[in-house]
Design a protein around this ligand. Structure first.
Ligand code: UGA
Length: 434
């Protein structure tokens, strides 16, 4: 089988590479010639653990190639995946579908023989209908079906999420398309991965409902953490105590500075907008969005409080800038609220992030970037741990104490245990560890 993957961003590159690992011939297509050039040199446009090795191996085997020539790739494909960006539209929070529709039109022009067009991009309910209309209008003679097949990849563990998913969701009413999709995911059938076949609209909604539920779960535990601080309880134990209930589940109950990234903020907002359009407002999700936004803004206050009520003229060491570890992605990262609030309050910020600093420099130009965690904390009045990278999980406390002006740590990810930190001589603040 042959597929064309339109878009070599996060979703397209990971999904395309993994499909080629499944034994399918994949052509990754992108308009950005520079990106394709880099991919030809095996330079990845994103940081994702293990991706470069997997790309190299599959290119070598001849099953994976990259091109800017959409026409040729589509012509020979049994299935064409649309994996282009759907950012939040400026102003109203709706998903911007212009890239998806432009791709649909271009694909239509090159279709030859029966082809399944698959939307992998996260798209609002009804987008598949629109894509179908565009293709039909552009090429009334074409033989095709449009299928929804959302992705559930987490940055940092995307390859594993693709190869060993909890489930695969496929939205189509066409038997013919279903057969093609089954063939593409044959390898996952062999390991008995649940495959949910449903209607196209339901599949589109599953993606949003999934992300929104997870964002709600995180926001719930974050508010419980705030309550823990007031009543003298420990959110770690609360999360464990409730998470062991199989109906609740242990995952996504880590309290922190608020969710960020390229998906949850954008998808929660887009679902809120869709629901309003259909006069079925999602009041819980609207509250989640508002609570999370406010939370990210208020995180800097904790650091200011730990520094004695003012950071004017003081130095704050910030460890971690990306929205989570194992990615270079800075989109909607809590650091983008925290760092500007600190500098606005008069602080000098020295930061280190293992992978995010190139991107961070563009967004946070007015701070000092350091070579490692210890350089960042040298002479700082307070240390703030913002992203839980593994290198920050085993800091040398004696060294930390000797470098900091005062032994003050604000741990927004609960990486450390309060009792242990106090014993080590630190004034330590976590999240919800009352
Ligand atoms: C998320 C989903 O987890 C994927 O299933 C989905 O495919 C993807 O969005 C997408 O729509 O493309 P991702 O954004 O990579 O993946 O990151 P997550 O690991 O879900 O984390 C999102 C945010 O929630 C991060 O800021 C993280 O720090 C925060 N988080 C997560 C918490 O604060 N607490 C938790 O317990 C879990």
């Amino acid at each position: 089988m042959r597929i064309a993957m339109i878009g070599t961003g996060y979703v397209g590159l990971v999904s395309g590479t993994c499909f080629s690992e499944f034994g399918i011939h994949v052509t990754g297509v992108d308009k950005d010639a520079r990106k394709i050039d880099l991919l030809h040199q095996n330079v990845m446009p994103i940081y994702e653990p293990g991706l470069d090795e997997l790309v190299a191996a599959n290119v070598k085997s001849g099953r994976l190639e990259f091109t800017t020539d959409l026409k040729a790739a589509v012509k020979s494909a049994d299935a064409v995946f649309i994996a282009v960006g759907t950012p939040s539209r400026r102003g109203d929070g709706h998903a911007d579908l212009s890239y998806v529709y432009a791709a649909a039109e271009e694909i239509a022009q090159s279709l030859e023989g029966y082809t399944v067009i698959v939307t992998k991009s996260t798209v609002p309910v009804g987008t598949g209908d629109e894509v179908e209309k565009i293709i039909r209008k552009t090429r009334p003679d074409a033989d095709f079906d449009v299928v929804s097949n959302p992705e559930f990849l987490r940055e940092g563990s995307a390859i594993n999420d693709f190869m060993r998913p909890d489930r695969v969701v496929i939205g189509t009413e066409s038997e013919r398309a279903r057969a093609v999709m089954k063939q593409l995911y044959r390898v996952l059938y062999l390991i008995e991965t649940p495959i949910v076949f449903t209607s196209r609209r339901t599949s589109e909604l599953i993606k949003y409902a999934g992300n929104t539920f997870l964002a709600t779960k995180i926001t719930f535990i974050n508010e419980i953490a705030d309550l823990c601080e007031k009543v003298g309880a420990d959110v770690h134990d609360v999360a464990k105590g409730i998470g062991l209930d199989g109906r609740i589940g242990k995952k996504f109950l880590h309290a922190g500075p608020g969710y960020g990234g390229s998906c949850f903020p954008k998808d929660t907002l887009a679902l809120v907008r869709t629901a309003r359009d259909y006069q079925a407002p999602l009041r819980i999700v609207e509250t989640v969005v508002a609570v999370n936004d406010e939370r990210k803004k208020r995180m800097a206050e904790r650091i200011v409080a730990a520094a004695g009520g003012s950071v004017k003229g003081k130095t704050v060491a910030v460890l971690g800038l990306t929205f989570k570890p194992n990615t270079d992605d800075m989109r909607d990262s809590p650091s983008l609220d925290i760092v500007p609030a600190l500098t606005a309050a008069g602080a000098v910020v020295k930061a280190f992030d293992p992978e995010g600093m190139d991107e961070a420099r563009k967004l946070l130009p007015d701070i000092t970037y350091c070579e490692d965690a210890y350089q960042a904390m040298d002479g700082a009045d307070v240390l703030a741990l913002v992203t839980e990278w593994n290198v920050f999980r085993a800091l040398d406390f004696d060294r930390v104490k000797s470098l900091l002006k005062a032994p003050v740590i604000v741990d927004l990810r609960n990486v450390y245990e309060p009792a242990m930190m106090e014993e080590a001589g630190f004034t330590y603040t976590g999240i919800g560890r009352g």
